[in-house]
Design a protein around this ligand. Structure first.
Ligand code: SF4
Length: 76
């Protein structure tokens, strides 16, 4: 059986450091601070985690590839 996210958080040695650099505004997410699970979750939906977006774009909660490209296309 898979470990719960709360159990993973208890065991993750990087949790506090991850939280200190997380800009995600979706406060009810159970994966916050578990970057590996965050990437896995969004990748399954062809999405990108919050921290790849600037804050103004992150707040829309649109984590799609399309939004990522729209946000960055003129900045890189
Ligand atoms: S980016 Fe998604 S999975 Fe990651 S903490 Fe925010 S809502 Fe949760």
């Amino acid at each position: 059986m898979r470990m719960s996210y709360s159990e993973m958080k208890k065991k993750c040695p990087n949790l506090q450091e991850n939280l200190s650099s997380c800009n995600c505004s979706y406060t009810s997410c159970d994966k916050t601070g578990l970057c590996c699970q965050c990437v896995h979750y969004h990748r399954q939906s062809n999405e990108i985690p919050a921290c790849f977006f600037p804050d103004h774009a992150e707040k829309t909660w649109d984590r799609s590839f399309r939004n990522f490209i729209n946000v960055w296309k003129d900045k890189v």
